[in-house]
Design a protein around this ligand. Sequence first.
Ligand code: 5GP
Length: 203
Amino acid sequence: MKNNRGNLFVVSGPSGTGKGTICKALLEKRDDVVLSVSATSRSPRPGEENGVHYFFLTEEEFRNNIDNGQMLEHAVFCGNYYGTPKAYVEEMLAAGKNVILEIEVQGAMQVRAKHPEGVYVFVMPPSLQELRERLVGRGTEALEVVEQRLKTAEREFGYIEKYNYIVVNDDIDAAVNRFSAIIDAERCRMERNIEFIKEVCEG
Ligand code: 5GP
């Protein structure tokens, strides 16, 4: 089929909704999906590797990358810089891959302004109570950080209507299947297949 360019998927949702787990599972399930590795100025959590989970930069390095035009978007979230290096995203879209950016809402809105053709997916917990339990249970953050992230979550919910889809993570396998169905459905959108349609209809 013509139109070999991949689609851009931007995934947001409060910390603890499991969006990272969903994205990782999609990556394993589908070879047409790649995940953008973000840059951040926050410290690595135990087990996180530079270049795999994030590119861990100093604030100064991060600001230089912004000034040099290397970031597709960037935001300050809970006191740390986060941003998407532009080159990899462009390269993968051109190579026909579906590129997933797992980013918070401010960054997502910057991408939306530049890429209205992108697909915006908001991952939701089944309830706020469940979200709190997941964040506390994860044990990687101090309790005050959990409280800060819950407040941030409530602010993030205010952006839901800017997204095209919501995926409720009540069950990880079901959530991954729903997301995968969205990827397939978007590939079938008429307006993403203009060249193919012309080729068939006009011989
Ligand atoms: P965490 O510190 O838990 O890994 O991530 C905190 C938040 O930053 C999450 O909501 C995550 O989606 C978001 N985030 C990760 N990478 C990026 C990025 O490149 N840009 C933006 N704007 N947000 C990001």
